[in-house]
Design a protein around this ligand. Sequence first.
Ligand code: PHE
Length: 466
Amino acid sequence: MEKNRAQWGSKIGFILAAAGSAVGLGNIWKFPGRAYEGGGGCFLLIYLGMVVLLGAPLMLSELSVGRASQTNIVGTFRKLGHPCFSWVGWMGVTGAFIITCYYSHVGGWVLRYVVGYAAEAPKIYGDSLGYFYEMLGLHADGAASFPWLTLLFAGIFMAVNAVVIIRGVESGIEKFNKVGMPALFILLLVLLTRAVTLEGAKPGIEYMVSLDWSKVTFDTFLAALGQAFYSLSIGMAIMITYGSYLPRTENIARNTGLICAMDTLVAVLAGFIVVPAVFATLGAEQIGKGGGFAFVSLAKVFQQMPGGTFFGVLFYLLLLFAALTSCMSLVEGIVAFLTEHFAWPRKATTIAVCAAMFAIGCLYTCSQAAYPIKGVWFDAANGVSFPAFCDAMEFLTDRIMIPVCALGSCLFVGWVWKPEKAVAEIEQNGVRFALAKVYTVIIKYVAPVAILTILVMSFATGMTLS
Ligand code: PHE
């Protein structure tokens, strides 16, 4: 199996692909709202601390575990340590599967908005909330219908992913990212220039650099930590799988730094696009979090901004590239596992798995507004509850599977495989890893305690903490 394993064709190809996985809806869609909520500059500092202190060491661990094992996520734990730990791999793949179900559908909405801004922007401006609900199958008169057009867009988004994955690691994922990531950076800079030069943008910029610690609570730290893990694609099958395609000559410590830096830079720039633009056009109180925000509130921003429709198309194109490169990393993690573990053929596996994830994702889109499809949830604050299926899906992955899988990887590297082996793997290219001691302390003690805290707190506080 190992002899025929795929490898990245070039160093920059790997870095762009891993950064492509990390930079996604989390950076451009979720981060700005969270940064606003967390007090602007304060949140930026806390977030930065989380990335440096916990995110980077965890990414480094995942990449080195993957490269050392040269196999998929489940095989990794079996090969390097103890078969007991293969549950971490199973949880990672299952989490990646569930995330892809909904990620691909949000990707479909984004595609729908690219077309929407290009073809019928006045309709979006006329009633942005109505347009959003209509997209989800809920009409102004309260009637529901099957959102087949939106599902078609999600199907197209998924099909693009499948085509890239079938083409393979080097000629599919790497090639796509080599074009997609530079395009994303260019779009980001154009939008940044537009946003910060808007009249009235200054208070927004000032807010983003202000240090008002009165808005910071314990939740801010939890939100920053959860956001950092999600944003860096940690705690899923991804970085282990991408690391397994790396040659031994690569400097993984430096690459980790670069990937984390790029991911954080995109998130911060997105913050400096969205927050000042909303301040300039709508006023601060309109900044919200999550789903509707990227689709509903931003419509008014583009409506009021000079050249807004054009910049609207660009913004959704930016989101589209970001979502595509992240989604394909998720699909790769799953396909790499299935093809290696069960010796299934790559093409048929990709098609089957993508079709299944698309089908489950239809429940995600339909349960947003049009149909009362419910999931089940349990936490200490509310006991058993029956939230919308879509919320339950996101909670399951963000609140449980990602942290549990990250905790499992930490414990595995810290206590089973041992940090000395990780350091030896990191130093394979002949360069000494200067931060080895700090890394060891973080991976053995600091990270597990921090992750356990997130898990316990989110169980205790229930579904409200976002
Ligand atoms: N990091 C991606 C984002 O920021 C999401 C993601 C999570 C991708 C986990 C892969 C694995 O949107």
